[in-house]
Ligand binder design. Structure first.
Ligand SMILES: Nc1ncnc2c1ncn2[C@@H]1O[C@H](COP(=O)(O)OP(=O)(O)OP(=O)(O)O)[C@@H](O)[C@H]1O
Length: 540
């Protein structure tokens, strides 16, 4: 009797106890999972790793897209454990009140049904990982319509196309799963027949025992309830799901290695001398994006001298932004070498290199933070806001700050209390102020990649000119399609077919009458048709 009481008490206590343990574990795992995924992603300096579709699939698996998120798996494992222990309790009751052979028959039938059903579930789950790409695509189409492209999608009437593309990818992902599900349902149905037969046989035996007076009514009631409760233990999907969770855990474990192999600093690291402008050399540098069949840059030789303002021009797709990504260490050359003051960039500690760079990209950051935080991002915030005022004044941003409801402390985000937004051109000015602020903090290489394309041509030329004056003495790399912006640089390089095909001052290149001169004339002739924009080429 004591043994039985223990079994009953354990059965009652088990669910809350295992739920509690599971929740404690889930709390810890949730934290670990998000730290591993976001931590690894943010630690990855190499953008090509993040763009790699194999890494994308692995990330999707680690998030549980094709299996089960790890925390859910823990809850499911706890439920599986509960149902097994509950079944064990029921079987002990059957063995005690009725007969050992009844319990053994139920165990055998339960094990058989569980095996067959688990195999059926496995077939279905095996079809999931192959669908990672299609599922990602489906989510992409959905998010495109909801996120940054929401305006264009609607204006261009792309909603139907997006919906159909989303559905198409989703069906492509789900069809094999549904097919596997249909195939396994019949097997699952057949698997429960022996179990149902065994339960019926035990119940019939129980009735015969009651009629024969061998079992009293209390024992009969307990046995009947326990026999039927065995069915509740038939939960093989819980086991299989928990196993899927274990696979998710494996994918999660592999992430730091595959996403951010570059996060571990190369050894031995070289120390860059700071406090002066740097000379950058590219020696026979080639770069090919993963999965592409041709180079974006080929055997590129280039020297940007310390303190020089260098400008790069080239048609769309010539490789200008790729060069910026290489110089900032976001991608590594497929072959060749980049050196900074003679030190291989691959051997520099990237965070240290980044303190030396101020960059204004085409798609620069717009953060939902205050104006001053947006300027100081990545560098020291001002101890005294007057220092930032001075930088803003030099970049003609002071008027914009004055017009903000709360000056530098205004959140540049309409969703926040007292927040506002800037126009595209004002944001670009802010990005330039950010670069100047970085220079104040010690950055000595300024990279401007189409720095003010949202401004009109005169405002851009005026702003970039002013910016380059302020940055005099630092090494600057300016990329622009506008000749009014690049013509003032110490040296201009023309990038074509992945190589620098011409370089020199504006005047030298015009005299050369090559690619630069042709592009300059072409742009000039366009402006000649616009009475509001004075022609520039003739005065070069
Ligand atoms: N993430 C990427 N994956 C694959 N190919 C890419 C990727 N980014 C750029 N490319 C390709 O590399 C080449 C160089 O692109 P890049 O963006 O460097 O040109 P760009 O000179 O900056 O062009 P633009 O003037 O239009 O900004 C192009 O052929 C482009 O299609």
């Amino acid at each position: 009797m004591i043994g039985l009481s223990v079994v009953l008490v354990c059965r009652c206590m088990l669910p809350p106890a295992s739920d509690w343990v599971a929740e404690v574990l889930v709390g810890r795992l949730d934290d670990d999972v998000s730290r591993t995924i976001t931590g690894s992603l943010l630690a990855a300096f190499n953008l090509s790793t993040l763009e790699d579709s194999a890494v994308q699939d692995q990330l999707a698996q680690a998030r549980g897209m094709n299996g089960l998120p790890v925390p859910h798996a823990v809850r499911i494992a706890a439920m599986g454990l509960q149902s097994r222990l509950a079944a064990l309790g029921s079987l002990i009751l059957v063995a005690f009140y009725l007969s050992w052979w009844s319990a053994i028959l139920l165990v055998a039938a339960l094990a058989l049904a569980s095996q067959v059903l688990a195999a059926a579930w496995r077939v279905e789950f095996r079809s999931w990982p192959d669908q990672a790409e299609a599922q990602r695509q489906a989510s992409y189409f959905f998010e495109l319509g909801m996120g940054e492209a929401a305006k264009e999608v609607r204006v261009f009437g792309l909603a139907t196309w997006l919906r159909e593309s989303h559905l198409d990818q989703w069906m492509q992902a789900m069809r094999p799963v549904w097919h596997a599900r249909r195939r396994t349902r019949i097997r699952a149905f057949l698997a429960v027949i022996p179990l149902a037969g065994s339960i019926s046989a035990v119940l019939l035996y129980l009735i015969s025992q009651v009629r024969g007076g061998h079992v009293d009514i209390a024992a009969a009631t307990s046995s009947a309830a326990a026999t039927l409760a065995v069915l509740a233990a038939l939960s093989p999907h819980l086991t299989v799901l928990a196993q899927r969770g274990a696979r998710t855990l494996e994918a999660l474990d592999a992430i730091p290695e595959s996403v951010a192999p570059d996060a571990a600093a190369p050894s031995p690291l070289s120390q860059l001398q700071t406090g002066h402008p740097h000379t950058i050399r590219l020696h026979q540098v080639s770069y090919r994006y993963p999965g592409q069949d041709r180079d974006a840059l080929t055997d590129l030789d280039l020297e940007i001298r310390a303190g020089e303002s260098f400008a790069l021009v080239g048609v769309n797709g010539a490789g200008k932004s790729t060069l910026v990504k290489l110089l900032t260490g976001m991608i590594s050359p497929t072959s060749g070498q980049i050196t900074i003051d003679g030190i291989d960039l691959a051997r520099l500690h990237l965070p240290q290199w980044h303190t030396q760079i101020a960059v204004v990209m085409q798609d620069f950051l717009r953060l939902p933070l205050t104006a001053s935080q947006n300027v100081a991002i990545g560098h020291q915030p001002p101890h005294d806001i007057r220092a930032m005022d001075q930088v803003a004044e030099r970049a003609a941003f002071d008027g914009i700050v004055r017009d903000l409801p709360n000056g530098w402390d205004t959140p540049l985000d309409r969703n926040q209390d007292g927040g506002t937004d800037l126009s595209g051109g004002q944001w670009q000015r802010l990005a330039l102020v950010r670069a100047l602020w970085a220079a104040e903090q010690g950055a000595s290489l300024l990279i401007l990649d189409e720095p003010a394309a949202a401004l009109d041509i005169r405002a851009e030329a005026e702003l970039v000119g002013r910016f380059l004056d302020l940055a005099a003495g630092l090494t600057t790399l300016t990329i622009s399609h506008r000749f009014s912006v690049v013509r003032g640089a110490d040296r201009i390089g023309v990038l074509d077919g992945g190589r620098i095909v011409e370089s020199g001052t504006h005047d030298t290149l015009l005299r050369l009458d090559g690619r630069y001169a042709a592009m300059f004339r072409a742009q000039g002739s366009l402006y000649l048709t616009d009475a509001d924009n004075p022609p520039e080429p003739n005065d070069g």
